[in-house]
Design a protein around this ligand. Structure first.
Ligand SMILES: [Zn+2]
Length: 157
């Protein structure tokens, strides 16, 4: 392939418009042929990241833990499975119930969650105020919170 390359004062290659077009085409082809691998790498990275973050917060409450598990102190799961460990059903919980406010402050959107949130926790050196809960316990906690709000005195007393 004949290309018309120039070098800058610092010796790096300056790409011409033609080079850039060819590079974009070649990059696109690479992305298409490696689609499966890229997807797998992304999933592996996200699973590893989630495991790492969840294990950190599990160990805050249980230093002996070797896998992440639900940290709910008041709810025992099944008698033969006291620690719920299915990572797909585990997530990070804001202990003070201010998840929406926090997400809005940090990401500008209260629906922001998932691996971007795990990345944020890791890059901020695992701040305090978070725990690991399974979906059942998240739901129970949310019900408790809603019930406590309903008990507020009304105009009639
Ligand atoms: Zn639980």
């Amino acid at each position: 392939m004949q290309t018309n390359r120039q070098t800058s004062d610092y010796g790096s290659i300056i790409m011409t418009y033609k080079d850039l077009v060819l590079k974009a085409k070649s990059d696109k082809k690479w992305r298409q042929t490696h689609k499966g691998q890229r997807l797998l790498n992304g999933r592996k990275y996200k699973t590893k990241l989630k495991f790492e973050v969840l294990l950190h917060y599990t160990r805050v409450f249980d230093p002996t833990a070797i896998v992440p598990h639900c940290n709910n102190p008041f709810h025992k799961h099944l008698p033969n499975d006291p620690f719920f460990t299915d990572i797909e059903s585990l997530s990070i919980d804001h202990i003070n119930d201010a998840g929406n406010k926090h997400r809005k402050e940090v990401f500008g959107n209260k629906r922001y969650s998932g691996h971007a949130f795990y990345q944020w926790l890791r890059s901020h050196n695992y701040p305090k105020g978070f725990q690991v809960l399974c979906m059942n316990c998240q739901w129970k906690k949310s019900l408790k919170y809603q019930k406590s709000r309903r008990k507020k005195p009304t105009l009639l007393g």
